[in-house]
Each structure stands twice: as structure tokens, then as C-alpha cells.
Design a protein around this ligand. Structure first.
Ligand code: 7RM
Length: 407
């Protein structure tokens, strides 16, 4: 118990390669992998990125990373990075709507939170609840916002900056993985000019490329695979108990080049800004056109009535895959049925192209998500293709499927 614990703690030295932790990935795509991290490199990079990406000033800032401590974001940016930098921080566990939807804003106001690091899924939830809620609070202490976990759609980015950031706080959209241990691609506040929805560029010391199947680097507009072509201090050291799977998953695709395969699709825009498009397994193939799920989701959320959208490619006899969308409406928006669905299809058609128009759109009350806010598209594909559900053990709320199927 706490009473029995010693008030003294003497730090112990460890070898740099001493194992630090094994963290199982959330497994949106299948069997979880135990990712191994070690001490020296991981701590160095967690500390360095926490200091620089969040422009953290010890003793001045009040920092709040809203992640679960059991997600890698909690490990690197609640525990190791912040504590190594002498942070003053909010550590909070609980839902954002208990006792009511003001919870996060009450905390920001009460403690004067200056750096707020969260996930796009929560930003969209706040949008759904309406801006009256944050508007009822003094959020002027906020000077920096962060986003992590999935691509942030431009609409949510703008809302985040405007409503939570007082239209002045920079947003750092941080791309990284359990496997990378620390932030790899992100703007640096006050240094990098940002664009809503783009993670912009690799951090100093990090090297990334976007390449095609033949390892050819792609220029602006080309949609390809994100690879890390140089090592980095916090890189994973293996998959616990399965080194063959480790080699196979990350190092076999570009074995000749010796590049790390991240499993994400990405592109550069005409200004050279980097856009992460989501997991490669989530890219759809419609009549030979490669369309990313996040692009279609972003177009749907652009409609004023839509709070959140999840898109999957379901087997289709004529087109190979057909686009199936699940959509949550904003609070107070009336579901006009076919009229609304026609509007949504038209929106995607004009925003992207007629080929990206969903074959089917279903209005649902909830989406199946992991605790880190990632949509379980594998399970939605099961629903769209009429299959029984696979492993649902990493879902926050397995009951959402009754609602989605209208039971
Ligand atoms: C930190 C974390 C990793 C996967 C990754 C991406 C997606 C994370 C962003 C992002 C676009 C971002 N670790 N992802 N951050 N996609 N922009 N800023 O999430 O191991 O749980 O997931 O998450 O697909 O490969 S994780």
C-alpha cells in the first residue's frame, strides 16, 4: 500500500538496450503484436520530442495529454517524455462527458492548461456536442494544441483551432506509431507553417519517404507508402516471441533498400507538405481507382449535418470494391432519410470525384472504436459484407453493433 512505500527512491542505472516495456498494439487489423522497446534510445527520443514538439517550458506550462496511459501515447507523452522534462501536468482518467460534457473545459479552466494534446475522435465528439459547451469557459490559457492517432480532417482541425485554440494556438498534428516509440512527423510550433489536416514534415533527425511498390520515391500528388529510410533512437527492437513476424511485417517489403515499412498510405502536396492517408489495408480499390477511406470520411464530415463518418470498401461484383459509409449526425440535426443521403453522396462526388461516391450510406448512433479512438474498419467490413464479427475484444463498447445493425 501507499503507507508502506518508501518516500525515498534512488534512480538505478540501466544499460541502454535494457528492455523497458512490451506494449501490445491495439490490433485494428488482426492479432495483436507485442512491441518491444528498450531504455536509452526510447527515453532520449520521448524526452526530445516532448520538449520540442510541444515547446514545453518547465515550471511555466500546464500540460495535458488526454490519452489512456495504456496506449503508447500515454507511455511516451504522459509518463516518460513529460516526467523526464520536469512537467507540471494533468493526469486524468475518465470519460469526457462525466459528470457532464463540460468536463475537459472545466479542467482546462481550473488548472490553466496551456498545452492540450488529444485525438481527432474527441475533437469530433466536441463538435457533435456543439460549441456552446467550450464557449461557456475561459480557455485563454491554451497556447498549443496537439492531435494524434488518426488523420485529422480539415474541418475538425479548423474547429479545434478556432473554438479551443482561440484562433491563435498552433496545432501540432503528430504522426507516429507504437513501433516508432515517439513522434516522427509533425510541425514544430513557431517554426513550421501548418495546413489543416497535414502532419507537414519529418522532425529534425528523422527521414521519411513516400514510395511506390517498386521503391521509387514519389513526388507531389503521388499516393504511395510511407517508409522510414533511416534508423531512429526509439525504434522498436522486435515483436515479443515472434522475430520472424517482426522481420516480415516491417522489414521484408523494402528489404533490399533496408527501409522500415510503416503500413500507412501518404502523399506530398504541391507545396511538399506530407499528408498521412491512413492504414494501407484501409485503402479501397473501386474500378481500379485507389481511394483512401480517410479522404471519403473527410468529405462526408464536410457536410454540416455530419459529426463522424467511417468508410469501408465492401466486395462488389462489378467494381471490385464498393464504398460503404457509416455516418453519425451532429446533435440536433434531423435525419431526413433519402434526402440527406442523396446530399451526402453529392457532397463526396463534388469534393473528390463521382467514383468516390458511396454505394451505401447508413446513419448510425455510434461507431466501433478502440480505446485510442481508431475506427475498427475490419469489423465494419464484416457488417457491410454480411459476415459474423471477428475478434471484438479491443473495442470500447462491443454493443455498438446492435445499434449499427438496427437491432
Ligand atoms: C500514436 C499512435 C499508429 C497508427 C499510424 C497511423 C495512425 C497516428 C496519426 C495517424 C494520421 C496522425 N500509435 N496515426 N497518428 N494518422 N495522422 N497524426 O496512434 O500504434 O496506436 O497507431 O495510427 O495509421 O500507423 S498507434
Amino acid at each position: 500500500t501507499v503507507a508502506q512505500a518508501s518516500p525515498e527512491h534512488e534512480a538505478q542505472p540501466f544499460d541502454a538496450e535494457h528492455p523497458l516495456f512490451i506494449l501490445y498494439t491495439s490490433g485494428t487489423t488482426g492479432k495483436p503484436k507485442g512491441i518491444i522497446h528498450t531504455s536509452g534510445g526510447y527515453l532520449t527520443q520521448a524526452s526530445y520530442t516532448h520538449h520540442n514538439v510541444f515547446d514545453h517550458k518547465p515550471g511555466k506550462d500546464v500540460y495535458w495529454c488526454t490519452a489512456d496511459i495504456g496506449w503508447v501515447t500515454g507511455h511516451s507523452y504522459i509518463v516518460y517524455g513529460p516526467l523526464s522534462n520536469g512537467v507540471t501536468q494533468v493526469v486524468y482518467e475518465g470519460t469526457p462527458n462525466s459528470p457532464d460534457e463540460h468536463r475537459h473545459f472545466d479542467i482546462i479552466e481550473k488548472y490553466g492548461v496551456s498545452i492540450y494534446y488529444t485525438a481527432p475522435t474527441l475533437v469530433r465528439t466536441f463538435m457533435k456536442w456543439g460549441r456552446e459547451i467550450p464557449d461557456a469557459h475561459d480557455l485563454s490559457s491554451i497556447r498549443l494544441l496537439g492531435s494524434v492517432g488518426e488523420p485529422i480532417n480539415p474541418e475538425a482541425w479548423r474547429w479545434f483551432r478556432d473554438v479551443i485554440g482561440g484562433n491563435k494556438a498552433p496545432i501540432v498534428d503528430t504522426w507516429w506509431q507504437t513501433e516508432t516509440g515517439a513522434i516522427m512527423i509533425s510541425p514544430l510550433p513557431g517554426i513550421t507553417a501548418t495546413k489543416p489536416g497535414s502532419a507537414m514534415a519529418p522532425l529534425p533527425g528523422i527521414s521519411a519517404k513516400i514510395v511506390d511498390d517498386d521503391a521509387k520515391p514519389l513526388g507531389p500528388g503521388g499516393n504511395g507508402y510511407l517508409v522510414l529510410d533511416e534508423p531512429w533512437p526509439a525504434m522498436l527492437r522486435g515483436i515479443w516471441g515472434d522475430m520472424e513476424r517482426y522481420r516480415d511485417t516491417y522489414w521484408s517489403r523494402y528489404a533490399e533498400e533496408g527501409w522500415y515499412f510503416a503500413g500507412d498510405g501518404a502523399k506530398y502536396d504541391d507545396d511538399g507538405a506530407l499528408w498521412v492517408l491512413g492504414r494501407v489495408d484501409d485503402v479501397m480499390n473501386v474500378s481500379g481507382h485507389r481511394i483512401s477511406t480517410s479522404e471519403v470520411e473527410s468529405a462526408l464530415v464536410n457536410h454540416h449535418g455530419v459529426a463522424e463518418a467511417a468508410v469501408v470498401g465492401a466486395a462488389d461484383e462489378t467494381t471490385g470494391q464498393g464504398i460503404v459509409a457509416f455516418v453519425i449526425l451532429r446533435e440536433g440535426v434531423e435525419n431526413t432519410g433519402d434526402v440527406l443521403i442523396a446530399e451526402l453522396k453529392a457532397q463526396v462526388s463534388t469534393d473528390i470525384s463521382p467514383i468516390a461516391k458511396p454505394r451505401q450510406i447508413t446513419i448510425v448512433p455510434e461507431l466501433p472504436k478502440t480505446r485510442s479512438g481508431k475506427i475498427m474498419r475490419r469489423l465494419l467490413r464484416d457488417v457491410a459484407e454480411g459476415r459474423d464479427l471477428g475478434d471484438t475484444s479491443t473495442l470500447v463498447d462491443p454493443k455498438v453493433f446492435d445499434a449499427i445493425r438496427g437491432k
